[in-house]
Write a protein that binds this ligand. Structure first.
Ligand code: GLN
Length: 549
């Protein structure tokens, strides 16, 4: 086998311009050329994993199959590449230091002074190479979070520099930059990109390819300028304009010959690119026959004056995949649960939507609002899909309003509730008591057995499934008979029968009223939408909406 190749994807000028999608797109193009590809994400935070970060600060927490809580970009990689990635493919500063300190305590450095340089970059390199070996990857992409020039990413650029020094022909650097068009000038300005490029040079690295993110495609004159001042060939300055859908990005890059350029930079033979399935998916996504309008009722939306859809990115993508599959255009509205508590939003407003989804969450903000929404969806027969917390609250709602267990609750909200229908798992009690909260939830993949003939079993078309989890609370086994007496069926259970993984109303009772203790959104892929999202969107498409708006 030829020497493994590495591509570092770094960001210039500012964050939030889509480095994750860029990395995923380059990965997809190379995979479609028949290379074995894997992708890693480096997050410069001290947090050991993303599980302790608030989604409004950092976006969604994406859970890997093995249970590691990671950055949402890992979700983009899995979706674009249609691969399942292991935890070695994600690292934070905290994770890297934790390992170094563990080894130091174990005398594994043989009495040496353990120093930031070289020991930190060496651990970073070890992790990158371990991921490459595990995936047997021809090409390994490494996305360095943050922006060039930030103090906290220097150590990771140092790892890239050391790898490049060791094998110059096997390491490439792609810089994603932003080219603004200030309103008062009306012209594209390349200076910030030039500064970013110099900053990269001062870390001992030179970009081989520059992706010029901008509102519009970059013109020949600007390409030339970036090429000259950033020391890159003009054909290796790739236009990356804003697009309607992230799924357009790989197709756009390929128009500029991205795949062959990377092959040239890394000394690989050029191969034909086969993006035919992807192209068919993108085309289908644009030709929807009518739309399906979904209300997502949650709490992690607000950041100052802005609305942040990133907190639920996998949910949004899963809804899109299923909508495209059903030949529908997805329209989505984010409704703050609190608005249903203080009367800012009337429940009747929900008639506007084809379906309602309540995603995962923690804590008490907006809970009573969510419970009202669930009750309304149940009584008015509006298709409802509850994910994790959204399923637990379904159980609370039925317990309160159908079984008349007044004050029923989850002990996450009220420890002294007379009817703890959702309670902390036995295995979690000690963690909660000791405040041992980081990385200790029920995390990652677990099997689940489906009840024959149920809505869930029909959707999946099989009896046993495996899904990813992230929760500390569960349906309290003591209350199963009372809850099932309300009509709610636990149609998915852990193989030992102890944990309730899916709750639903039968097809006869409701067009779609189903919740999962797990997070199906982590497994939906563009070319392979998730069965439950497909079933939800199908039911939603069949609902008449009173007002469209
Ligand atoms: N807060 C709930 C629990 O810990 C639900 C978690 C979630 O929705 N991811 O069980």
């Amino acid at each position: 086998m030829a020497a493994p190749k590495y591509i570092f994807v770094v960001g210039g000028v500012m964050s939030g311009i889509g480095k994750g999608v860029a990395t995923s797109s380059i990965g997809l193009i190379l995979k479609s050329k028949g290379f074995k590809v894997t992708t890693l994400k480096i997050d410069p935070y001290i947090n050991v994993d993303a599980g302790t970060m608030n989604p409004t600060e950092h976006g969604e927490v994406f859970v890997l199959e093995d249970g590691y809580e990671t950055d949402q970009d890992m979700g983009n990689y899995e979706r674009f590449l249609n691969e399942t990635l292991p935890s070695i493919n994600y690292m934070t500063t905290g994770r890297v230091y934790q390992e170094i300190i563990r080894r130091e305590r174990n005398l594994e450095y043989g009495g040496k002074n353990v120093e930031v340089v070289p020991h930190v970059p060496l651990e970073v390199i070890r992790r990158i190479k371990t991921a490459q070996e595990a995936a047997k990857a021809d090409i390994t992409l490494v996305e360095v979070g943050g922006t060039i020039g930030e103090y906290q990413s220097i150590i990771f650029l140092e790892a890239a520099r050391m790898m490049k020094q060791e094998a110059p022909a096997d390491v490439a650097v792609v810089m994603l930059s932003y080219v603004p068009i200030p309103n008062n000038i009306g012209e594209m300005k390349t200076k910030p990109t030039q500064y970013a490029s110099r900053e990269l040079n001062s870390a001992g690295l030179q970009a081989d390819v520059i992706l010029a993110r901008a509102v519009v495609p970059i013109d020949a004159k600007r390409k030339e300028k970036i090429a000259t001042f950033c020391n890159v060939r003009p054909e290796r300055v790739i236009s990356a304009p804003d697009v309607d859908s992230i799924y357009d990005v790989p197709l756009n890059y390929e128009k500029d010959g991205m795949g062959d350029i990377i092959c040239d930079v890394l000394g690989l033979e050029r191969r034909p690119t086969d993006l035919s399935q992807w192209t068919a998916f993108v085309e289908k996504s644009k030709n929807g026959n009518g739309e399906v309008h979904i209300a997502v009722v949650g709490k992690y939306f607000d950041t100052g004056d802005f609305v942040l859809a990133d907190s639920y990115i996998s949910v949004l993508e899963s809804l899109k995949h299923a909508a495209y599959y059903s030949d529908k255009k997805l329209k989505i509205s984010y409704l703050g649960a609190k608005n249903f508590e203080n009367g800012t939003l009337a429940l009747e407003e929900l008639q506007k939507y084809n379906g309602i989804l309540i995603p995962g969450g923690f804590g008490e903000t907006g809970i009573e609002g969510k419970l009202k929404v669930i009750q309304y969806a149940r009584e008015q027969k509006i298709p409802y899909f509850g994910l994790c917390y959204g399923m637990q609250l379904m159980v609370v709602e039925s317990a309160r309003n159908v079984a008349a267990l007044v004050g029923a609750n989850t002990t996450e909200i009220n420890k002294d509730t007379p009817y703890p229908v959702i309670a902390v798992m036995e295995s979690q009690k000690e963690n909660v008591e000791k405040g041992n909260m980081g990385g200790t939830m029920r995390l990652g993949s677990y099997p689940c057995i489906l009840k024959e003939g149920s809505v869930a079993a029909t959707a999946y078309g099989k009896k046993e499934i495996i899904e990813r989890h992230r929760h500390r609370y569960e349906v309290n086994p003591q209350y199963i008979p009372q809850v099932e007496a309300t009509g709610l069926v636990f149609s998915g259970r852990s193989p030992d029968g102890v944990l309730m993984e899916i709750a639903e109303l039968t097809k006869e009772q409701h067009p779609f009223f189903l919740g999962t203790q797990f997070h199906p959104e982590f497994l939906s892929r563009p070319l392979d939408p998730h069965p439950l999202f497909k079933a939800f969107i199908k039911a939603a498409s069949e609902k008449e909406v009173e007002i469209s708006g």
